[in-house]
Design a protein around this ligand. Structure first.
Ligand code: GCV
Length: 691
C-alpha cells in the first residue's frame, strides 16, 4: 500500500514502480539540467531532479550535457539540441501555442544507453514537458520508449478563484482562501508556491486570485496598499510559468477615486484607468490582465451608462494595451430581477441576445469568457449557443471546477465527462463541420487568443479540495485546458495512477467510480435537464419549488399535468433557434430532442414517452430510486479498498460517502414524493413513496 500525504495530490512521486527497465536505468543513472537561464527553467530542473529521485528512490547524479553516460537532458529552448528536436516535429505542432517534447534516443540494441531529451518551445513549456515526462515515467513502467509530443493551441489555461479578502471563498467547499486573510494578501506564500506547482504540472498558465464579485475591499487591490504584496505573490507564480490576473470592479473609478461616473466613454474615467494600469504594471510587469463581471447579479457595468458590453470592455482594453494586458470579459450578463409571472423572458437567451450583436466589436486584447452552459452550470444543460456563434471575437470557455451545483465536494462528481460531452463535439459553421475545440482556441478563425477558464475548487483544507477524490477535478481541469477534447477515461487513469499508484485493485476501482459519478449524481437530483430544484442560497440538497417563484429566472413550471420549460420557436421562448444548424432543429423538435435535455427545451406531460420507452414520470421514479442504489454501490466500492488505501484517505473518503448517501436519499424522497403528489401517477414498481 502506498502511503501518501493528501496535500501532495498527484505529485507524491511514490508509485512503488521501480523497475530494471532500460528507460528507467537511464533515468536512474544521471540527469542533466539545462544551463538554467530563467527562473522557470530552474524550477524545471529542480522538479526533474525531485521527480526522478521520488519515482526511482535514488538521487540522480548530475552530469555534464556532453556526458557519454546514459542520461536525461533538459534542453532549453533555442539550444542546438532543442532546435534539432523541434525541427523534426509534424506540421500540426507548428500551430501549437505551446509544445512539449520528450525524445528517447536509444542506440540500436536497446541497451538502455543514450539520452532522453526533454524540451519545448518556451521556458514554461520545458517545465510542462518535465511534468509530462514524469507522468509517463510513473504511469507506463513497462514502456520501452518514453518519447512524447504534447501540444496545446490554447493560450489561456487559467483558474479563477472566487476568493474574498476576508479569507472566505464564494462557492468554496474546501476551507478558506489560500491567497487572502484578514483583508490582506497572505504573507506566507509557501502554500501558494505548492499550489503553483500543482497547477504547472497540468499546464495551467494563469490564476485570477480574487472573486469576480468585487466589493469595496477588493477594489483596493489596484492601489499601492496591496500592490507590493501582489508583486510578491506574482513572483512566486512566475517561477512556475503562471501569470497573475485580477478581477476588477467596473465601478472602480467611483469606488477608489471619487469620480462621479464610471462611464466608459468619459475621458476622465478612461485616463483614470490608464493611470491605474500603468501603476499596476509597474509592480507586476507580467500581469495577465483584468477579469470583469459586469451588468450581472447587481454588479455595475456599461449598461448603467447606456453603453454596450463592447464599449465597456474596450475601454479597459485600451488601458491595458501598452503593457500587453488582456481583458477577460464575462458573458454571464442577465437580468436577475425577473418576474416569475412573465413567461416571455428566458434567462437562457440572455448571453446570446447581449453578445451576438456585438460580434466583431471587441478589441483584439479582449476575450469574452463564456460559461459552457447557457444558464449556470447545472448538472445537465446544453452547451452555450455562443460557442461557435461568436466568430469575430476571441473566446474562453468557462467551466466550474468547484462543485456548486454538483455535490459541493461532499458528493463524488468527476466533472470531466460532463465537460467532455459538451466540448468534444462539433458545430455547423457556414455549412462546414468544425470542432468546438478549434473555435474556442481561436484556431478556426485565426485568432491568437483563446482557451479555457475554470472556477477553482481549492482552499486551505489539508487535502486542498475537501473531498480527496475532488482533486481529480482540479487535475482534469488542467488536462482539459490543455486539450479540450481530452479523453476522460485516460485522464481518470492518469490521476488515479499518480495519486494512488497503478496497482490493483485500487486503480481500476477508483477509475470506475470516477467515471460513473456524474451520471449517478444526475440520476438522484434534477431530472431530464430541468435543473434548479436545489435549496436556494447555498445550493446543496433539494427544494423543488425553492426557486420557482423567485426573481432568478430559474423555473421548472411543474403542475398537475406536466413539467419543463418550453424553449421552442413556435410556442416557447425561441431559445432553441440560437443554436447552429446541427442542433437547433433537434432541440426544437420534441420527437428528436435527446431525453436528457427534454425538460430543458420542452414542457411535456408526465405520460410523455421518452426515447428510452419510459414515460417521463416513470423515468423520474426509476432514476431516483436507482440513483440511491448507485450511491450505495459507490460506497461499497470504496469500502472494498480498505487496507489497500492508506487509512487517512480511506477514512476521509468513507465519511464523504456517508454524507452523499444521506443526500441522495433526501433527493430521492423529496423528488419522487413531489412528482407523485403533482401527477397522481403511481410508480409501476410500487416502491415506497411518501404520498
Ligand atoms: C461569483 C452563480 C453563483 C455565484 C457566482 C455567479 C458568477 O450565480 O451562484 O456565486 O458569483 O454564478 O458566475 O458570477
Amino acid at each position: 500500500m502506498l502511503r501518501s500525504d493528501p496535500y501532495d495530490c498527484w505529485l507524491g512521486y511514490r508509485t512503488g514502480q521501480e523497475t530494471e527497465h532500460p528507460a528507467w536505468r537511464r533515468a536512474r543513472c544521471a540527469a542533466v539540467a539545462s544551463r538554467g537561464g530563467s527562473e522557470v527553467l530552474a524550477t524545471a530542473r529542480d522538479e526533474l531532479l525531485r521527480g526522478l529521485s521520488g519515482v526511482l528512490g535514488v538521487v540522480p547524479v548530475v552530469v555534464p550535457e556532453s556526458s557519454t553516460e546514459p542520461h536525461v537532458l533538459l534542453a532549453e529552448p533555442g539550444s542546438v539540441v532543442a532546435r534539432g528536436v523541434l525541427s523534426h516535429l509534424p506540421e500540426a505542432a507548428a500551430e501549437a501555442s505551446e509544445l512539449c517534447v520528450v525524445v528517447d534516443e536509444e542506440p540500436a540494441g536497446g541497451s538502455g544507453a543514450g539520452r532522453t531529451i526533454i524540451t519545448a518551445n518556451t521556458d514554461a513549456g520545458c517545465l510542462h514537458a518535465v511534468f509530462a515526462f514524469l507522468r509517463r515515467l510513473q504511469l507506463e513502467p513497462g514502456a520501452r520508449d518514453l518519447s512524447l509530443v504534447e501540444c496545446t493551441p490554447n493560450t489561456l489555461r487559467m483558474l479563477d478563484h472566487w476568493d474574498n479578502l476576508d479569507g472566505t471563498v464564494e462557492r468554496g467547499y474546501a476551507g478558506s482562501s489560500i491567497f487572502f486573510r484578514d483583508g490582506r494578501v497572505t504573507t506566507d506564500l509557501s502554500r501558494v508556491r505548492d499550489y503553483a506547482r500543482l497547477l504547472a504540472s497540468v499546464g495551467v498558465n494563469g490564476v485570477c486570485i480574487n472573486n469576480v464579485n468585487v466589493g469595496q475591499q477588493a477594489a483596493a487591490l489596484l492601489t499601492t496598499d496591496h500592490l507590493p504584496d501582489l508583486a510578491s505573490l506574482a513572483r512566486v507564480l512566475r517561477r512556475y510559468g503562471i501569470t497573475l490576473w485580477l478581477s476588477v470592479s467596473f465601478a472602480s473609478p467611483i469606488m477608489l477615486a471619487t469620480l462621479p461616473t464610471a462611464d466608459p466613454l468619459d475621458t476622465e474615467v478612461r485616463s483614470w484607468w490608464s493611470d491605474v494600469a500603468a501603476e499596476v504594471y509597474r509592480w507586476i510587469p507580467d500581469l495577465g490582465g483584468f477579469v470583469v463581471k459586469a451588468d450581472s447579479e447587481s454588479r455595475p457595468g456599461p449598461h448603467r451608462y447606456g453603453r454596450t458590453q463592447a464599449e465597456g470592455a474596450n475601454m479597459l482594453a485600451a488601458a491595458l494595451r501598452p503593457f500587453g494586458g488582456v481583458v477577460l470579459w464575462r458573458a454571464f450578463v442577465y437580468d436577475c430581477n425577473q418576474d416569475w409571472r412573465d413567461r416571455s423572458t428566458d434567462r437562457a437567451r440572455a448571453a446570446y441576445d447581449t453578445f451576438m450583436p456585438l460580434d466583431g466589436a471587441f478589441d483584439d486584447n479582449v476575450v469574452v469568457q463564456v460559461k459552457h452552459t447557457p444558464i449556470d452550470f447545472q448538472v445537465r444543460e446544453p452547451i452555450s449557443p455562443l460557442l461557435g456563434a461568436l466568430r469575430r471575437t476571441s473566446l474562453a470557455v468557462e467551466v466550474q471546477v468547484t462543485q456548486e451545483y454538483t455535490g459541493q465536494q461532499k458528493d463524488l462528481c468527476f466533472l470531466l465527462p460532463q465537460w467532455h460531452e459538451a466540448l468534444s463535439d462539433t458545430l455547423q459553421v457556414q455549412g462546414s463541420t468544425v470542432r468546438i475545440a478549434r473555435v474556442v482556441s481561436g484556431q478556426h478563425d485565426q485568432r491568437p487568443l483563446g482557451g479555457v477558464v475554470g472556477v477553482a475548487n481549492v482552499g486551505d483544507d489539508p487535502s486542498w479540495t475537501g473531498h480527496v477524490l475532488a482533486q481529480a477535478n482540479l487535475y482534469a481541469f488542467g488536462r482539459l485546458a490543455w486539450e479540450l477534447d481530452v479523453d476522460p477515461e485516460l485522464v481518470a487513469w492518469e490521476w488515479v495512477g499518480q495519486t494512488f499508484g497503478v496497482a490493483e485493485p485500487v486503480a481500476s476501482t477508483v477509475v470506475g467510480m470516477l467515471l460513473a459519478s456524474w451520471s449517478i449524481y444526475e440520476s438522484y437530483t434534477a431530472p431530464l435537464g430541468v435543473g434548479w430544484m436545489i435549496t436556494p442560497g447555498h445550493h446543496y440538497g433539494p427544494d423543488v419549488d425553492g426557486y420557482e417563484y423567485s426573481r432568478w429566472g430559474t423555473y421548472h413550471f411543474a403542475d398537475r399535468d406536466g413539467v419543463g420549460v418550453d424553449r421552442t420557436v413556435d410556442t416557447g421562448s425561441g431559445y432553441s433557434a440560437q443554436y447552429d444548424a446541427s442542433r437547433a432543429p433537434v432541440y426544437n423538435d420534441i420527437a428528436r430532442c435527446p431525453d436528457e435535455l427534454l425538460l430543458f427545451f420542452h414542457h411535456v406531460s408526465y405520460q410523455h414517452r421518452l426515447h428510452s420507452g419510459k414515460t417521463v414520470i416513470q423515468h423520474i421514479y426509476d432514476s431516483h430510486f436507482e440513483g440511491v442504489t448507485r450511491v450505495e454501490w459507490l460506497a461499497e466500492q470504496w469500502s472494498s479498498l480498505e487496507g489497500h488505501v492508506d487509512p487517512i484517505r480511506f477514512r476521509e473518503v468513507n465519511e464523504r460517502f456517508q454524507c452523499q448517501l444521506a443526500n441522495a436519499r433526501q433527493w430521492r424522497d423529496v423528488i419522487v414524493t413531489y412528482f407523485y403528489r403533482k401527477s397522481g401517477a403511481p410508480d409501476e414498481q410500487g416502491r415506497s413513496i411518501y404520498a
